[in-house]
Design a protein around this ligand. Structure first.
Ligand code: BG6
Length: 484
């Protein structure tokens, strides 16, 4: 069926950098339902041809080697532009008429992608409802909502309520682009399509889990937004908790949106809420030196650009196993990795028996080079019985070749067209995640807040972060990145 993807906020950065290149690649691979169209909506006035021309330039830039002029020409004929103001009911009626005219067959499905400023989500949804655009008697109607989904539990609940006034939950696709990353989906495969990992994936064998999302970039021109958000809202409430849920969840009975999400939600229910002294004992916060000079940042801002949280899942599988979640801007390099640190052997037989081997470690590298590395002890060759740590590497790039790993948006956009919401957040998931993060934000904003440590850019966050984990007889796995 020839569906429509309607992008609100079409003149924004996300559309040209991510959405159009992703849809173009789907088209080039023959995955986009034949005859589907893209309709961009924003306030600027463009002719269809003018917008196509602008998108051609940006797609050429962002699709790199995968850009092919002939394929683009064929694809661009399905791109349209309709100017409109989110606040104008009349513009929504015009859009409804335009879509009816441009869609050839009765029964075309529609995905509405809200890539506008978050303050406009509620009004956009209301307008869609009032213009009859949510009515799915004549083909599916789905809405994709970008992050941030609210700024705390209260605003997320209010947003869920407004959306539910117009769309049913099964029509709502809350996007978290981390779930579209291939290596994140590979965690499902690694855990649930193999029999050798699951038996040891628990408190009996795992000492702790480290989830690090390190970014080399700083806040750049996003200072105004970032200062109100800070690292906990920007990265933890969504991306990092998602990584934790997939790492910690139980296997669902089937790979099905509601069953997968039921299991993820159970993880959130099991996360122990921090109280009292936990905020000081189990969190570290930092701000990179130079942050206060960024455009849009108030001179005395206490916003954290780096954070560590130590969380526990109070359930049978994970009781007592710390999950160390860490993220920061201005760090040594860009790497996202999940490290499963296994317990040490109970008794050391070989070599220097006072040297504690590190224990086995499984590193799932989400980006930049996607893959898995297993650390294990091997005998030092041509020597007496001494051991050292060796690695087994699996790199997706070696299997599929350099640039072929799809961008997260490709997978997510296609799933939204196909009606598979497994990789999108459900309303309860988003609210529970805020319920975990909100008290930490409140504690950090209170007079009893733990100290905000400054750190120079280009390192792994404040020195206190390393000292803190060492005081627990553990160490960060700081490798930039393990796979090339
Ligand atoms: C976004 C955050 O959601 O994710 C940004 O707002 C962050 O601050 C980005 O840089 C990281 O995404 P990725 O895919 O580059 O790791």
């Amino acid at each position: 069926m020839a569906d429509s993807i309607v992008i609100f906020g079409a003149s924004g950065d996300l559309t040209s950098r991510k959405l159009i290149p992703a849809i173009y690649r789907l088209f080039a691979k023959g995955r986009l339902p034949t005859g589907s169209r893209i309709v961009g909506v924003s306030r600027s006035e463009f002719e269809h041809e003018e917008w196509r021309k602008m998108l051609r330039e940006s797609t050429e830039q962002f699709a790199g080697d995968q850009f092919d002029a002939e394929t683009w020409n064929a694809f661009s004929q399905s791109i349209f532009y309709q100017s409109g103001d989110i606040n104008s009911a009349q513009d929504f009626r015009k859009l409804a008429k335009f879509l009816d005219d441009v869609e050839p067959d009765n029964g075309c499905g529609r995905v509405y992608y809200l890539s506008t400023m978050p303050q406009l989500y509620e009004v956009a949804i209301k307008q869609l409802g009032e213009a009859g655009l949510a009515d799915d008697t004549n083909g599916f109607r789905r809405v994709i909502i970008e992050k941030p989904f609210g700024t705390d539990l209260e605003t997320a609940k209010a947003l869920n309520t407004s959306i539910h006034n117009v769309f049913r939950e099964d029509q709502i696709y809350r996007i978290d682009h981390y779930l579209g990353k291939e290596t994140v989906q590979n965690i499902f495969a690694l855990r649930f399509a193999n029999s050798i990992f699951e038996p040891i994936w628990n408190r009996n064998y795992v000492d702790h889990v480290q989830i690090t999302v390190a970014e080399e970039v700083m806040v750049g021109r996003r200072g105004g937004y970032y200062d109100k958000s800070g690292i906990l809202r920007d990265m933890f409430q969504n991306h990092i908790l998602q990584l934790m849920m997939i790492t910690a969840m139980e296997p669902p009975a089937r790979y099905d949106a509601s069953l997968v999400r039921d299991e993820k939600v159970k993880v959130l229910h099991s996360i122990r809420k921090m109280t009292g002294g936990d905020f000081a004992a189990d969190t570290v916060r930092g701000q990179y030196a130079g942050y206060l000079d960024e455009e849009g940042v108030p001179p005395k801002s206490q916003t954290a650009t780096f954070a560590v949280l130590k969380l526990f899942c109070d359930n049978w599988r994970w009781k007592g196993v710390p999950f160390y979640l860490r993220s920061g801007k201005g760090m040594s390099c860009r790497t996202t990795q999940i490290v499963i640190q296994f317990k040490n052997v109970p008794h050391i037989l070989f070599g220097d028996t006072t040297r504690e081997p590190l224990g086995n470690r499984l590193v799932m590298q989400v980006q930049p080079a996607e893959g898995i590395q297993l650390h294990f002890e091997t005998k030092v060759p041509d020597a007496e019985m001494k051991t050292r740590t060796s690695t087994l590497d699996f790199s997706f790039r070696n299997v599929v070749g350099g640039d072929s790993m799809p961008d997260a948006y490709q997978r997510l956009l296609l799933d939204s067209l196909l009606g598979d919401a497994s990789l999108f957040a459900r309303s309860d998931e988003v609210e529970l995640a805020w319920g975990i993060i909100d008290p930490i934000i409140a504690a950090w904003n209170s007079p009893a807040a733990p100290q905000l440590h400054s750190y120079p850019t280009g390192i792994w966050g404040p020195a206190q972060s390393a000292a803190w984990i060492e005081s627990q007889n553990r160490e960060w796995f700081d490798v930039c990145p393990v796979l090339k």
